[in-house]
Design a protein around this ligand. Structure first.
Ligand SMILES: CC(C)(COP(=O)(O)OP(=O)(O)OC[C@H]1O[C@@H](n2cnc3c(N)ncnc32)[C@H](O)[C@@H]1OP(=O)(O)O)[C@@H](O)C(=O)NCCC(=O)NCCS
Length: 198
């Protein structure tokens, strides 16, 4: 099994895995085509990176990091507005979806009340079902830590659905600090973690 930086050609497999493993996440809900566009934009922007786990030439896990969430939001607005409109067009008349897009941007843009969060964030840690429990998640997590450290970043935040008990255990296991819970999307609790070099 190899852990390596993702290339644009990996984005379809990454998007399919995100959709399959995190179907109830908001990005997952927006569909595979949007996710391919999103992850390719992340690589192009060079404001973030994606790490993949590969086995027999298949992507069996991935994790992505955004070095500076404000810069990445601005990058999307400045360079990817047309693409975003194109891929989100089918959802444009759905008020609930528009509200969730707004809530995601607000999360990326604003700090939670009274908490100053790191600029660096992660998205979408996933391991294929048949490869779970083999420490691939752990390897992806620490490869992400190393990639952030290469950029001089020693802390980042993570949001996981509060109902995802395996993910909660995972983030505790790898040494993240639980900062509290908040409603990223109305009516659904999310848990906020910070990983900090100790
Ligand atoms: C969460 C996930 C990435 C873990 O990947 P993994 O490769 O199976 O994890 P690892 O084998 O590295 O496990 C490391 C530790 O995490 C915890 N853990 C992992 N999977 C768990 C599960 N299903 N139930 C309880 N604890 C679990 C354990 O503490 C484990 O250590 P241990 O085996 O010594 O007890 C994987 O289960 C997954 O893709 N889940 C679906 C997507 C998801 O929820 N992602 C989180 C995004 S918010």
């Amino acid at each position: 099994m190899q852990i390596r930086a993702a290339a644009p050609e990996d984005c379809l497999a990454i998007a399919q895995m995100h959709k399959g493993r995190l179907p109830d996440s908001f990005l997952g809900f927006l569909g595979t085509q949007f996710l391919v566009f999103f992850y390719k934009s992340l690589l192009e922007s060079k404001i973030g990176f994606i790490i993949v786990a590969e086995e027999d030439k298949q992507v069996v896990g991935f994790y992505s990091g955004i070095v500076n969430k404000h810069k990445f939001c601005l990058y999307l607005v400045k360079n990817k507005t047309l693409g975003t409109i194109h891929f989100l067009f089918p959802h444009f008349f759905n008020i609930r979806v528009l509200r969730k897009i707004f809530e995601d941007f607000r999360y990326a843009w604003k700090n939670q009340k009274g908490v100053v969060l790191p600029e660096a964030i992660t998205l979408g840690l996933c391991v294929s079902k048949e490869y779970e429990g083999k420490e691939i998640g752990r390897k992806l997590f620490f490869a992400t830590v190393a990639a952030f450290q290469e950029e001089g970043i020693t802390e980042f935040n993570i949001v996981a659905g509060s109902d995802r008990l395996a993910a909660q255990r995972f983030f505790n296991h790898v040494g993240c600090d639980k900062m509290g819970e908040f409603e990223l999307h109305k009516g659904k609790l999310s848990t906020l973690y910070v990983w900090k070099k100790k």
